[in-house]
Design a protein around this ligand. Structure first.
Ligand code: PMP
Length: 358
């Protein structure tokens, strides 16, 4: 059996270790996971009620067009319903964009340390990925532009960038979009959009009417706290959404996921509360890093990349033995770990463990 040539050597994606596995392997009673940028406060109570109401319909397929959720999101964002597509997480939207727009030999441009799913999906399609160095952990949009040629199909901009947490401002973004040629799609991944409090951060939805090649990605996995239900979305001009829909599986989001997302969207007080607590958590962690003499990147999402001055995989292992799971092994940042901003007590446990292992 022969796979497509580009599939042969692709690695299988390794997500962070689950809590139960770490407990079992290391014989620990207490383990906290600050590795996958999940919401430490769970989700809105309204989500559980919405799920409860769906439990009598488990034998039914979901609405393949997610009409009710589309309507709710159109109302929430102010875009037209035909500008929205839902996926099994925004991961799936990324895969669908690659499936619809990248062919073998095409080029796509991304930062040299960013969300790895852009690269893995480009690899699957046989496209060439041009990885442009971050500058101080931030996208260098001019350098990215300088790599555009006739074969370029997509530029991926992760804002805030995972794992560095940095943002590009509205001014930087629009100056960049003004110069991107029409044959190139810009995918603006805003998975952490709701966490950002910096006033220079772009309002990207109004930009969609100015730039017809722009796609904005967001998710219900982060601040809305329903990562396990796998609901993410893309917003763009109807023509782009129609093309992505053409390569989508018919029932890619579940009934429970759709109902939960409608309820989650409806509880903006919960979102606001999480944003406020997250900002306080960032402040606490940055203050503690300073006390410990550690340099950290400015954080705009719900995670911080901090330089621990030692090989990150060693620090990862030491923290694991203390019952704290973080993320390490970023190729361009070999002495940095990425930690999710947890609840105050989780943050304190993490800092205390970090202090002991350094
Ligand atoms: N984009 C970025 C930048 C992310 O960090 C993540 C989650 N780790 C995703 C997209 C995908 O999230 P989901 O598939 O859960 O929507």
């Amino acid at each position: 059996m022969q796979p497509k040539p580009q599939i042969g050597n692709l690695p299988v994606y390794q997500p962070g270790k689950p809590i139960e596995e770490v407990k079992r392997e290391l014989g620990l009673d207490q383990v906290i996971k600050l590795a996958s940028n999940e919401n430490p406060y769970g989700s809105s109570p309204a989500v559980k009620e919405a799920i409860q109401a769906e439990l009598s319909s488990l034998s039914l397929y979901p609405d393949g067009s997610a009409v009710e959720l589309t309507r709710a999101l159109a109302r929430h964002t102010g875009v037209q319903e035909d500008q929205i597509i839902f996926g099994c997480g925004s991961d799936e939207i990324i895969a669908l964009i690659a499936r619809a727009f990248l062919m073998s030999g095409d080029e796509n441009i991304m930062a040299d340390q960013t969300f790895s799913v852009y690269r893995s999906n480009a690899d699957i399609e046989g496209a060439v990925s041009v990885e442009v160095p971050l500058v101080d952990g931030t996208h260098d949009l001019s350098a990215m532009l300088s790599h555009v040629n006739d074969r370029t199909k997509i530029i991926w901009v992760c804002n805030p960038n995972n794992p560095t947490g940095t943002i590009v401002s509205e001014e930087e973004l629009t100056a960049f979009l003004d110069r991107v040629p029409g044959h190139v799609m810009v995918v603006l991944d805003e998975a952490y959009y709701e966490y950002v409090t910096d006033s220079s951060y772009p309002s990207s939805i109004p930009l969609l009417s100015r730039y017809s090649n722009l796609v904005v990605l967001r998710t219900f996995s982060k601040i809305y706290g329903i990562a396990s239900l796998r609901v993410g979305y893309g917003i763009a001009q109807p023509e782009i959404i129609r093309l992505i829909n053409q390569v989508r599986e018919p029932f890619n989001t579940s009934r429970i996921g759709q109902a939960a997302a409608v309820a989650a969207l409806d509880d903006q007080a919960f979102v606001k509360e999480c944003r406020t607590k997250n900002a306080a958590g960032i402040e606490y962690l940055q203050k503690e890093f300073k006390r410990l003499g550690l340099a950290a990147f400015p954080a705009h999402g719900n995670f911080i990349l901090v330089d621990v001055g030692l090989p990150s995989k060693e620090v990862f292992q030491s923290l694991l033995h203390k019952g704290v799971i973080v993320r390490a092994g970023f190729e361009k940042y070999p002495t940095c770990i990425r930690v999710t901003v947890g609840s105050q007590s989780q943050n304190e446990i993490f800092i205390s463990a970090l202090e002991q292992v350094l």
